[in-house]
Ligand binder design. Structure first.
Ligand code: GAR
Length: 233
């Protein structure tokens, strides 16, 4: 139960043996997926990527995953217009076919139902291009610029029902510089996304994440979390 004192997130490594079988869900470019695949190419990494699943056949990341020898699947969300439960049932079937224990959303641009999120609670993680809880939703870089914030960044969080909500695992901040536009700011944030996500997924896959009062606590957080939380020189 989320928020229960001391509740363990994950349950990724059945019986504590082997690497956590992980699916990455994408909708497009897949640069975060590529960062996760690169990390997981190391056999010592605690998550093994066993499936890349896209909700569009046109998702560019699929080709990269296939070239890396990873199983891919497409469940076309368009084919399930108005039937989110049917869409998610088809995804669930793919996840079960590949015996998936953990899901990493990486630019997956569909809102998941409460039923799906609850089913995967503690084993479903997302990366979002803002310092949550600021700027959930879309066009985060444009909105950060419009708000005049001096720091922006990205967040990896466990997924709860509610858009871009859930216990925060890790954040990285970047400065907003004079003269930034949404593209330059997005590129600065994306570089941090590619560092942050592999680190945070590793913590979850290794069973180092615990939920306490609705917040995520990472065991031995001082070293790597502190370093990632402040990448500024
Ligand atoms: C990333 O910036 C990711 O944080 C964002 O979409 C981009 C996907 O890029 N995700 C969201 O906005 C989810 N709310 P990628 O396909 O190259 O990883």
């Amino acid at each position: 139960m989320p928020g229960a004192p001391g509740a363990q997130a994950g349950n990724a490594q059945a019986g504590g043996v082997g690497r956590a079988r992980t699916a990455i869900l994408i909708s497009g470019r897949g640069s975060n997926m590529a960062a996760l695949l690169a990390a997981a190419a190391n056999p010592a990494y605690p998550a093994e990527v066993v499936l890349v699943l896209a909700n569009k056949a046109s998702a560019a990341g699929l080709a990269h995953a296939a070239a890396a020898g990873i199983a891919t699947a497409v469940v076309e969300s368009r084919a399930f217009k108005g039937d989110r439960a049917g869409f998610e049932a088809a995804m669930q079937a793919e996840l079960e076919r590949h015996d998936v224990a953990l899901i990493a959303l990486a630019g997956f641009m569909r809102v998941l139902t409460e039923a799906f999120v609850t089913r995967w609670q503690g084993r479903l993680v997302n990366i979002h291009p803002s310092l949550l809880p600021s700027f959930p939703g879309l066009e985060t870089h444009e909105r950060a610029l419009a708000a005049g914030v001096r720091l922006h960044g990205c967040t990896v969080h466990l997924v709860s029902p509610g858009v871009d909500e859930g216990p925060i695992l890790a954040q990285a901040a970047v400065p907003v510089l004079a003269g930034d536009d949404a593209d330059s700011l997005a590129a600065r944030v994306l570089a941090q996304e590619h560092r942050l996500y592999p680190a945070a997924l590793a913590w979850l896959a290794a069973g180092r994440v615990r939920l306490q009062d609705g917040r995520a606590v990472v065991q031995d957080a001082e070293g790597p979390v502190a370093a990632l939380a402040n990448p500024l020189p």
